[in-house]
Ligand binder design. Structure first.
Ligand code: CP
Length: 319
């Protein structure tokens, strides 16, 4: 478990703030967990006695369930609160909700919220670790961790590899976190999609920007598709689903523009027949479900490292 003891962060709030060494520490710990999950006894005692609260104030399937499974595999007690069953519906503030969760002796808070910056805000007012499970259009750090972990499994070292992110970049926290992660790992990033959703302003992040699908796919080692985030945009950004599909939807014919061994990724949930056709989503090129599975070990690593940074746990001892 080399490098795990280098981790000192209480919170995981963004990928932007992580060093390359910290990213590699997370991958190293996730890799160790992945090996332990091949055992018949999958449960590890690493966070026994700890209580993790998942506060999910936006819909989620993959992230919420993966955090719950990750916590359980580490023997933590886990409680999930969703917006419809929380006292936020009765007018309680987010600050009071978080302070009450801390007062109930939770050891770590995982939060998904529609407001960018909410995990950062909570990390300043409570003492327990805060893990960002997606904040508005800002960041989705554990998604980028599982995406790049999967890419490394598929492509090896990402230095010099070409990754195209295609779709609704403007409103995508997944795109932002992946841009940071991929660049720290030495990959070349191309952003593609309609100009309203992929403005050339993104070139300031030292990425390629193109509005030509053929150009975006031609030399990519991996293409990461994004869902159109209707909940975060206005009609001026996105004229119609039909128009998007006709210009940028990935189908079998357009996938022939990819290199033969290029892989297709998607963070989910996928809109079949919009950003991707079913034949491709379910094809051998697709690593979409491998991404989901890797979400467990990447989140185990994050929970373990953040909880360990504030406790007597020895990060070198995973089991
Ligand atoms: N990728 C992702 O965040 O999916 P969920 O919204 O289902 O968690």
């Amino acid at each position: 478990m080399k490098k795990a003891s280098n981790w000192t962060r209480k919170d995981l709030l963004s990928i932007e703030s992580l060093s390359l060494e910290e990213l590699e520490t997370i991958f190293s710990v996730a890799d160790s967990f992945k090996r332990t999950l091949k055992r018949s006894q999958k449960k590890l005692p690493s966070l026994r006695g700890k209580t993790i609260v998942n506060l999910f104030l936006e819909p989620s399937t993959r992230t919420r369930v993966a955090f719950e499974i990750a916590a359980k595999r580490l023997s933590a007690d886990v409680i999930t609160i969703t917006s419809n069953v929380s006292s936020l519906t009765k007018g309680e503030t987010l600050r009071d909700t978080a302070r009450n969760i801390e007062a109930l002796n939770a050891d770590l808070l995982v939060i998904r919220h529609s407001a960018a910056g909410s995990p950062q805000y909570l990390s300043r007012i409570i003492n327990i670790p805060v893990v960002n499970a997606g904040d508005g259009a800002h960041e989705h750090p554990t998604q980028a961790l599982l995406d790049t972990f999967t890419l490394k499994e598929q492509l090896g070292d990402l230095k010099g590899k070409k990754v195209t992110i295609l779709g609704d970049i403007l409103f995508s926290r997944v795109a932002r976190s992946n841009i940071w992660a991929l660049q720290k790992l030495g990959a070349h990033v191309t952003l593609a999609g309609p100009s309203t959703l992929v403005p050339v302003l993104f070139r300031e992040l030292h990425v390629e920007v193109t509005h030509s699908l053929k150009e975006a796919l031609a030399d990519a080692d991996a293409v990461m598709l994004l869902r159109i985030q209707h909940e975060r945009q206005t009609s001026t950004h996105f004229p119609s689903i039909g128009e998007y599909k006709s210009m940028f939807g990935l189908n079998l014919q357009r996938a022939s523009w990819l290199k033969p061994d290029a892989i297709i990724m998607h963070p989910g949930p996928i809109n079949r027949g919009v950003e991707i056709d079913s034949q491709l989503a379910d094809s051998k090129r697709s690593v979409i479900l491998q991404q989901v599975t890797n979400g467990i070990v990447c989140r185990m690593a994050v929970l373990f490292l953040c909880a360990s940074a504030t406790s007597q746990n020895d990060p070198k001892k995973l089991s």
